[in-house]
Ligand binder design. Structure first.
Ligand SMILES: Nc1ncnc2c1ncn2[C@@H]1O[C@H](COP(=O)(O)OP(=O)(O)O)[C@@H](O)[C@H]1O
Length: 265
């Protein structure tokens, strides 16, 4: 497999017990919260390059939960290949393929695209040499137990599963105000991160699926399936599960079984 990957070790003992979360914690909301000690934030993490297994992470969160930001930080720090199911689907649409045309019908309605399209598309991307060599961060997949099962049957196994949790009303507000600058690719929010100039404001565009109706539906669907799917993934894959209630505070992930600590901020 991989040529160069990372081995992580906690080197600070400022808090000898970093925040951990057992697999069973994913079953209940109360127990899903991580008790994060302030002193733990001072912990340092060493990452030594070793020729061994690459890091593989799955990340999940409702639309506008902050996944994009976290994915950027994680991939930058660990050199992983970022594979977003939504991006793969949009690339199919842009390429005008039959799968893309089919997928668009579902995406416009805010519905999940059928597994027939998504599973093979993700599997093919994970099978590319760069994913194998560098490791991967899979974003927005799986969104159902059947998607998790399908990928496992193809032999793809994450080390870690991260779930981002944000209250539904905040998600909807974020989606509805989200805008894209097509020139720079920068994402703005009309209220929380407004454009710097009128010129930028005039050229901002909105993603076709960023409507209140679709945001409410997506947030509801995500919240109704998240516990079931998350628990299923962590059990089925025998990987670590991390549950964060506020994506903006997501800083550390401590994987108990493998005794690895990752930090990307
Ligand atoms: N794993 C998946 N399974 C089925 N459909 C998906 C999957 N990932 C993305 N999609 C489709 O693509 C759309 C956009 O996904 P994404 O880019 O992740 O944005 P969002 O976070 O707003 O859902 C989704 O609303 C859904 O229709």
């Amino acid at each position: 497999m991989a040529c160069c990957s990372l081995n992580f070790q906690v080197v600070s003992t400022s808090n000898p017990k970093p925040p951990t979360l057992s697999t069973s914690s994913l079953f209940g909301r109360r127990r899903c919260r991580i008790n994060r000690s302030p002193s733990y934030s001072k912990s340092l993490v060493s990452a030594s390059a070793k020729k061994q297994e690459t890091l593989k992470i799955m990340i999940s969160g409702a639309p506008a939960s902050g996944k994009g930001t976290q994915c950027e930080l994680i991939t930058k720090k660990y050199g992983l290949v970022h594979i977003a199911a939504g991006d793969l689907l949009r690339a199919e649409i842009a390429a005008g393929t039959e799968n893309g045309r089919w997928a668009k019908e579902y995406m416009e309605k805010g519905q999940l695209v059928p597994n027939e399209i998504v599973v093979m598309m993700v599997k093919d991307r994970l099978s590319q040499p760069d994913s194998d060599e560098k490791g991967w961060l899979l974003d927005g997949y799986p969104r159902s137990s059947s998607q998790a099962t399908a990928l496992k049957e193809f032999g793809f196994q994450p080390d870690l599963f991260i779930l981002l949790e944000v209250p539904e009303e905040i998600l909807v507000e974020r989606v509805v105000g989200r805008r894209l600058d097509p020139v720079t690719g920068k994402i703005y929010h009309l209220k929380y991160s407004p454009p710097e100039t009128e010129e930028i404001a005039a050229r901002l565009t909105q993603r076709f699926d960023d409507t209140e109706e679709k945001a409410c539906k997506a947030a509801f669907e995500h919240s109704s399936t998240k516990c079931r799917v998350s628990a299923f993934i962590v059990q089925r894959y025998d990987c670590e599960g991390m549950w964060f209630t506020l994506s903006s505070q997501l800083r550390y992930v401590f994987a108990t079984k493998k005794q690895k600590c990752l930090s990307w901020t």
